[in-house]
Design a protein around this ligand. Structure first.
Ligand code: 5CA
Length: 439
């Protein structure tokens, strides 16, 4: 992408409404704009990262055997009356009426709708297990929307729903999602810690929140420092095998949010020098809730004995749009964002220091062509602006590599390659720079 043709409305000043660094940088880097409280438009740079995160989440869901569907954002209220949650959900639910006066709502989550889809189509234990997921916008009329995409009112969520014949099978489904979450967050360059958690309005008896440690997080958390060094399951993990040992390994050491934290348990199970007490951002939440929805909504199947039984269910959420904020909170410096390569909007920022110099233009245009043909995402700063401004913008938007082309360097046959994360700058031949960038 040529910057001269892009839409990247960066801001020099810190927007006053943004209290935390990720919100500030997302506004300053021209990634999002607020439409109204807790509701955002996604500009090209923000949308590109959102899509990259979404794709990693999708790949790991598919790998774990979940099947992608797409349910609507608007749902009929009657479905929620059936489960008994229409009144329980309170003011957080955005209620709407259509032109015929029928009650509708903008979905805050999808247990009811997916249970109905399942109930209408699956009749036998032979069709189980099933796990259906979608990645769709949700709306919750939060009391205090804040911190940009971290706590929005409209936000993008991956939600998966598992259906099984009994508790044992349902626990195996829960374990598959547990392991796939560890892998997903690892691929996103994050260390997310599974913590025993409260189930809130979703309900159920077994639940883990996946939490990233960060000062700006909304929850207070307590855990063992060993979590910070633990290796995540590899891509070779076999989802058809028994995953209980992996789940046991990740749940045998202490980690809890303040909602269920018990001081004496923490102190008894974690040596003093290993105790971590800090704040965290919830990026995922998984629940097992048995027959809480299948029973009232009539989601039953015939079991081996020919009896009709309600299915055991779980639901599994990842805050896809929240993850942008969480990644920035975990990876930034005073100059801007530092994207992990897996989710970076562009891998290389190509900076032409002098757009009036023919040799520079030719060298940059050639390079731009090369990157594009090799399928390397490149952002080419071909604007007629100051070098200082170009460096600042490139640092702010956090592209992992900056390749700087100037007239003096070209004369000496060298270019400059900067690593955004380490800040290291190196002069080298163009060939050497390209080979470092995988070309
Ligand atoms: N139905 C279940 C699981 S599918 C559910 O809704 N779980 S949840 O309420 O915990 O939400 C799942 C994830 O969405 C959370 O872990 C969080 O990362 C994200 N999330 C929840 N509320 C918001 C919000 N207001 N803004 C941004 N992300 C949110």
């Amino acid at each position: 992408m040529r910057l001269s043709a892009y839409f990247l409305p960066t801001l020099k000043e810190n927007p006053t409404e943004a209290q935390i660094v990720s919100h500030r940088y997302m506004l300053r880097a021209g990634m999002i704009r607020q439409a109204t409280s807790g509701i955002y438009s996604w500009l090209p740079l923000g949308l590109k990262v959102l899509r990259k995160i979404e794709q990693i989440v999708r790949e790991e869901q598919n790998r774990a055997g979940a099947l992608e569907i797409l349910m609507p954002t608007i749902q009929p209220a009657d479905l929620w009356r059936k489960s008994g949650r229409y009144d329980d959900y309170g003011k957080e639910m955005l209620r709407i009426q259509d032109r015929h006066g029928r009650d509708m709502l903008y979905g805050p989550t999808n247990e009811e709708l997916v249970t109905e889809i399942f109930a209408n189509s699956v009749k036998s234990y032979k069709d189980l297990p099933k796990n259906l997921y979608h990645i769709q916008w949700k709306f919750r009329d939060e009391v205090r929307p804040r911190f940009g995409v971290m706590r929005g009112r409209e936000f993008f969520m991956k939600d998966a729903y598992s259906f099984d014949i009994d508790f044992e099978a349902s626990k195996a489904a829960y374990n598959r999602m547990f392991v796939s979450y560890l892998r997903t967050f690892e691929r996103l360059g994050l260390r997310a810690i599974p913590m025993a958690a409260d189930t809130g309005p979703i309900g159920g008896e077994l639940s883990h929140e996946f939490i990233i440690l960060a000062d700006t997080g909304e929850s207070e958390v307590f855990c063992h420092s060993d979590f910070l060094e633990k290796a995540s399951p590899s891509s070779a993990v076999d989802y058809s095998s028994d995953l209980q040992p992996i789940v046991d390994d990740w749940t045998s050491i202490y980690a809890a949010t303040d909602e269920i934290y018990v001081q004496s348990d923490f102190e008894d199970s974690v040596p003093e020098d290993k105790r971590v007490q800090c704040r965290g951002i919830e990026v995922g939440h998984i629940f097992h809730f048995g027959t809480k929805y299948s029973e009232p909504m009539g989601a039953t199947v015939l079991n081996k004995e020919g009896q009709n039984v309600p299915v055991f269910m779980g639901s599994y959420g990842i805050g896809v749009s929240r993850l942008l904020g969480a990644i920035i909170e975990a990876s930034h410096d005073e100059n801007g964002i530092i994207w992990p390569e897996a989710v970076a909007p562009y891998k290389v920022g190509l900076i032409n220091l002098k757009v009036k110099d023919e040799a520079c233009v030719k060298a940059c245009d050639d390079l731009y062509q090369k990157f594009n043909s090799a399928g390397v995402d490149v952002l080419y700063d071909d604007r007629d602006t100051s070098a200082g401004g170009k460096f600042k913008d490139m640092d702010l938007i956090g592209v992992p590599w900056q390749l700087v082309i100037g007239p003096r360097g070209l004369k000496n046959g060298v270019v400059e390659l900067k690593n955004r994360k380490t800040g290291e700058k190196e002069e080298m031949s163009l060939e050497a720079a390209l080979s470092k960038l995988g070309l």
